[in-house]
Design a protein around this ligand. Structure first.
Ligand code: HGY
Ligand code: MN
Ligand code: MN
Length: 416
């Protein structure tokens, strides 16, 4: 399809203002956001997004897991829509742009087409995926995973948060369960704009990341059991310290990840010890090991070495250990045609760009299984994300949304 002219640009000030307004919903304690999925703050953010989309003349669809779909009609009602979007839910100490830029960049795209009265053959749909973060309800990208047929809907609805609340019950409580069957919608293509959440683009002075691949992820929950005992009166040789066992396993995780440098990474972000009392030796430790690599063989090697090594550590210490896979997906190769549309758009618009592998997981990683998919990244300050100090510039946001606009409009086809 014909490419749009390089003078076709979004309204960067208006995009930035929507980011500022959305950031006021579910504020964090340190300047970021705590708008966790299926909380009242999430509901408030959804309502704000819906009001903006309806004011832009879109019709809002909602599926049974709360995925939101704002449709701008195309000239050919039989043409499958081009979808854009990301997620509005945040980490507990999240930033203002992770996910949000992709959802509101999609809204800005629709607003710009309205301003210029541009008609496209394919409809365009701006999307908000439920529970991308997986912080409150593991695993991440949960609702897009059901949409892509990777997870069963009833399994997703059974996921519980730390207080034992069920995903499905919380979705009903906030009133954002729709009627549409999850995954019934078919897509012509899907594009996701997202901050890099890493240091490469800023360090290289690049405006745009053309995401060709996404690294794979493995989440293994490890439960180590020892024996609660008095920290004062229990002789050292008698102790069965689950907290110490966890510390040694976490050292092993670090060693395994470094053994596959420079691309592999490993850490545990979720850590609980029980009873977590200052004068009780922990009798139980539960933590989730997060391994990632662009190479599936490396991920499988890291998972295997974790199990063997942790088992030996615990056997030597007289501790019990159990493993449960609680999330994961294989490395992703995005659609070459969509990737080229993004690269050509950046070139046409005069934005510096480089191909990049996504370090983080995204809804696009699952949607890539059911539709031609690709991602656009913009830099973020110091590569920092999943931190309330996450920051981007208006220029970076504007460049990313301009490229999104061009790639989508070229794919959706401008009707003269
Ligand atoms: O875990 C991830 O990579 C994503 O931020 N949910
Ligand atoms: Mn994200
Ligand atoms: Mn995130």
């Amino acid at each position: 399809m014909a490419a749009p002219g390089e003078n076709l640009r979004i309204n960067g000030d208006r995009l930035w203002e929507t980011l500022v307004q959305m950031a006021k919903v579910g504020p964090g304690v340190a300047g970021g956001n705590n708008r966790q999925t299926l909380t009242d703050a999430d509901a408030e953010g959804r309502a704000l997004f819906q009001s903006w989309c309806e004011a832009a003349g879109c019709s809002m669809g909602l599926d049974a897991l709360g995925n939101m779909f704002a449709t701008r009609a195309g000239t050919d009602p039989d043409a499958l829509p081009v979808y854009v979007g990301s997620h509005l839910d945040t980490q507990p100490t999240g930033g203002k742009y992770d996910g949000v830029l992709g959802v509101l960049g999609g809204l800005e795209l629709l607003r710009t087409l309205n301003d210029l009265d541009i008609k496209t053959r394919h409809p365009i749909v701006a999307t908000n995926w439920t529970n991308e973060e997986g912080a409150r309800f593991a695993p991440p990208m949960l609702a897009s995973g059901v949409f892509a047929g990777v997870h069963a809907q009833d399994w997703a609805e059974s996921r519980e948060d730390a207080k034992g609340l069920r995903f499905g019950d919380e979705l009903d409580r906030i009133g954002w369960r729709g009627d549409e069957p999850v995954g019934a919608r078919k897509m012509h293509a899907f594009f996701e704009l997202h901050i890099e959440q890493g240091p490469i683009l800023e360090a290289e002075g690049k405006d745009i990341g053309v995401v060709t691949h996404g690294q794979g992820l493995s989440w293994t929950q490890v439960t180590i059991t020892g024996k609660d005992a008095h920290t004062g009166s229990t002789p050292m040789p008698m102790r069965r310290n689950a907290g110490l066992g966890m510390a040694r396993v976490l050292e092993l995780v670090e060693e395994i990840a470094w053994s596959h440098k420079p691309d592999a990474v490993g850490a545990a972000g979720h850590i609980d010890v029980y009873p977590n009392s200052r004068n009780v030796i922990p009798g139980k430790a539960v933590f989730t090991v997060d391994f990632r690599s662009p190479d599936l063989g490396v991920i499988k090697d890291m998972e295997a070495r974790l199990k063997v090594g942790a088992q030996k550590i615990c056997d030597d210490m007289g501790l019990g250990v159990e493993f449960e896979v609680v999330g994961g997906f294989d490395p992703v190769t995005f659609d070459p045609t969509c990737v080229s549309a993004i690269r050509d758009a950046a070139e046409r618009l005069g934005y510096s760009h480089r191909d990049i592998i996504s370090g983080a997981g995204h809804d696009a990683c699952w949607i890539n299984q059911v539709a031609p998919t690709a991602m656009i990244m913009c830099p973020c300050v110091d590569g920092l994300s999943h931190n309330e100090a996450e920051d981007i510039s208006k220029q970076w946001a504007t460049a990313g949304a301009d490229v999104l606009l061009h790639a989508v409009v070229e794919t959706a086809g401008i009707v003269e």
